[in-house]
Write a protein that binds this ligand. Structure first.
Ligand code: SAM
Ligand code: DTB
Ligand code: SF4
Length: 331
């Protein structure tokens, strides 16, 4: 996209652009619309760009757990905090492939491999490239999240056929320094640019429920929507509680309606991005999840665990999607 504005129907029958020039006040006004008006706008845009009765199903695997040198204040895997987690080495490729096959059999269409690194070493990238090729060979979309990358490392992952790279901005520019001090938002944006330049699709979002204000959540959406290109995938994580990390001191679970408003606002601002209701679904009622899907969320993680924390059981997800008449890999 960049300077060129991609024109699309905006759901009202009018022609509208995919925009990269959102202002904070405009987004705050959108978010504060009467609920029915906000939902109607989001729904129209959702229906213009996606099948409203389908959700994507992704599965996560921690291929290298814990011992991470970063100090992300929400994370069980940071070596800065005593969270009771045992650190592991990079998994063997055969075990990764076997897990990916089970995820596919359970209904996943995308397989996301995550490593608790600040940044990978070149030899780590070689091993991950092998895993990516093998998982693609099973007929799954591939995603990895390995921390910061050099342009050269991004190029190697692209050559291996990687579909998506996940690297989150996590929160607003203002709240960021209260949560992470060991790498800057600029570092993250640089990695996103390397990923984009290498031709890999971008998965980028953040976390809510860490004690940020509504304005921070919206500022995070402004940051994402005003990137040179919109991320193809936008994960919205609700903080999954982890004992022993600093975010426990500030965390506050958002009002459920505020969460639905946030999803609807994201759908309007990033009309073509797949919005994933990511971590934290374990705390959500079926009704709240249904409203988030109605507001424009169209992807979930399936499987009983995410990386180190819980996710709803497969039967519960299959039952909910079935009651909503939503198709997915689960049905
Ligand atoms: N180490 C890599 C990195 O941070 O770039 C990749 C893995 S990291 C676990 C990926 C993302 O998961 C983080 O950026 C954060 O947004 C999310 N995350 C981590 N812990 C979480 C938690 N307890 N609850 C919700 N989301 C979390
Ligand atoms: C993302 O935004 N959410 C996923 C994925 N990217 C890698 C991670 C969620 C992690 C939840 C905490 C845990 O299980 O440790
Ligand atoms: Fe490390 Fe990623 Fe956890 Fe931060 S979020 S501590 S970089 S694993």
């Amino acid at each position: 996209m960049g300077d060129a504005v991609e024109v699309e129907r905006n759901g009202s029958g009018n022609i509208g652009p995919v925009r990269n020039d959102w202002s904070h006040i405009e987004v705050e006004t959108l978010y504060a619309l009467p609920f029915a008006d906000l939902m109607f706008k989001a729904q129209r845009i959702h229906r213009d760009n996606f099948d409203p009765n389908h959700v994507e199903t992704a599965s996560l695997l921690s291929i290298k757990t814990g011992g991470c040198p970063e100090d992300c204040g929400y994370c069980s895997q940071s070596a800065h905090y005593d969270t009771g987690l045992t650190a592991t080495r990079l998994m063997d490729k055969a075990d990764v492939i076997a897990t990916a096959q089970r995820a596919k059999d359970a209904g996943a269409t995308r397989f996301c491999m995550a490593a608790a690194w600040r940044n990978p070493k070149d030899r780590d990238v070689d091993q991950v490239c092998d895993m990516v090729s093998a998982v693609k060979g099973l007929g799954l979309e591939t995603c990895v999240t390995l921390g910061m990358l050099t342009p050269e490392q991004a190029g190697r992952l692209s050559d291996a056929g990687l579909d998506f790279y996940n690297h989150n901005v996590d929160t607003s520019p203002d709240f960021y320094s209260k949560i992470i001090t060991t790498r800057t938002l600029r570092d993250r944006i640089d990695t996103l640019a390397h990923v984009r330049d290498a031709g890999i699709k971008v998965c980028c979002g953040g976390i809510v429920g860490m004690g940020e204000q509504v304005e921070d959540r919206l500022a995070m959406l402004v940051l994402l929507a005003n990137l040179p290109s919109h991320p193809e995938s936008l994960p919205i994580n609700l903080w999954n509680e982890v004992k022993g990390v600093p975010v426990n001191e500030t965390a506050e679970r958002p009002d459920p309606i505020a969460l639905v408003r946030l999803v609807a606002t994201a759908r309007i601002m990033l009309p073509k991005s797949v919005v994933r209701l990511s971590a934290g679904r374990q705390y959500m009622t079926d009704e709240l999840q249904a409203l988030c899907l109605l507001a424009g969320a169209n992807s979930i993680f399936i499987g009983d665990v995410l990386l180190t924390t819980k996710n709803p059981q497969r039967d519960r997800d299959a039952n909910l999607l079935g009651r909503l008449g939503i198709t997915s890999g689960l049905a």
